[in-house]
Design a protein around this ligand. Structure first.
Ligand code: IMP
Length: 176
């Protein structure tokens, strides 16, 4: 275990098993639809890779990189990298590492609906329900976690720890 990890929450085996479970639900819901898996960079990459291995449908991948901030009157997102394809009439599954306040994904979801997507849903590896301040829920949730700062399997602190093969709680002394 990495020296900065206080506790491992989910091992790579547990995450892989959960991805298999989620993929069954996804295949059941999308077997007759054209679906685009859109990964939010950078954290979703390991989860998207593990999940998509088990989704035996004709899916396509795309990636988006956004930063989101709250202005005085409205919330804005800056698109650092947009998707490459036209999403009109397509079914979108947004793939995220963790859903916290919901700020980023509620804005991204609204944006794709405005662009004419047929549907937009979320699959998230982790859900910090206590942190939610925007009215948004993921259709597919890997694990619900308490309000702790977690790292690994794509999740970072200052861009570090994304490569850890498990999800763990970061020791408080590392960020306080
Ligand atoms: P939201 O817009 O508040 O839902 O933010 C979601 C994003 O916040 C995630 O994609 C992560 O980049 C980041 N985030 C939230 N909680 C954590 C955490 O515990 N560890 C690492 N990143 C986190």
């Amino acid at each position: 275990m990495h020296k900065d990890v206080k506790e491992i929450l989910y091992t790579q085996e547990e995450i892989a098993a959960k991805c298999k479970e989620l993929s069954k639900l996804i295949m059941n819901d999308y077997h007759d639809k054209e679906v685009i898996l859109i990964g939010l960079l950078k954290g979703s990459v390991p989860f998207l890779a593990e999940l998509s291995k088990h989704v035996s449908l004709d899916v396509t991948f795309d990636y988006m990189d956004v930063s989101s901030y709250e202005g005085v009157e409205s919330r804005t997102i800056t698109i650092k990298k947009d998707v490459d394809q036209d999403v009109k009439g397509k079914h979108i599954l947004l793939v995220e590492d963790i859903l916290d306040t919901g700020k980023t994904l509620s804005t991204v979801m609204a944006m794709f609906l405005e662009r004419g997507a047929a549907s937009v849903e979320i699959v998230t590896m982790l859900d910090k329900k206590e942190g939610r301040t925007y009215p948004i829920e993921a259709k597919y949730v890997g694990f619900e976690i308490p309000n702790a700062f977690v790292i690994g399997f794509g999740l970072d602190f200052n861009e570090k720890y994304r490569n850890l093969p498990y999800v763990g709680i970061l020791k408080e002394e590392c960020y306080k």
